[in-house]
Design a protein around this ligand. Sequence first.
Ligand code: IMP
Length: 180
Amino acid sequence: MKDDVGEILITEEELQTRVAELGQEISADYQDKDLRLVCILRGAVIFLSDLIRHITIPHEIDFMAVSSYGGTRTESSGVVRILMDLTTSIEGRNVLIVEDIVDTGLTLSYIIDNLKTRHPASLRVCVLLDKRERREVDVPLDYVGFVIPDKFVVGYGLDYDEKYRNLPFVGVLKPELYVG
Ligand code: IMP
């Protein structure tokens, strides 16, 4: 699988260092607050599992799966559907969304609007990768791991056609492997 990667954008070591920093920041900011992390499946699962090992305050986790349908394998359509909802109420909770990547911002914007209707005490966003150049809607990001260029990336939870999530780094596939 590693042979399919043309360029490593963020190494395993860089990821681990930055994720540890984010965990420390979050722990300090949410000291004495009851924290609920909402992980967006499936891409953010590796990020979440590393992140919570650096969060030193008590917290709970829950999961939500969304998909945008239409679009192509490398472009989301912006039409978002909830495939699996949270199992717990977030009313009155301090919610931190944990997401893998923000591209156009359409997916996250939908999730934020949806979760707001459930009356959390606070709602913030922690995203590993910010593909800022591609933004179509403005979404407030409270914690950002890395700002990356406009390239379709895989690894560390991110997939291309459901593959490559297991790579320990973030990389770009060789161009001949992308089919639209
Ligand atoms: P957005 O709605 O355009 O911001 O897209 C967000 C979703 O598209 C992410 O949660 C990912 O699932 C997917 N996505 C966007 N860019 C990439 C990428 O470079 N690699 C893998 N998935 C991506």
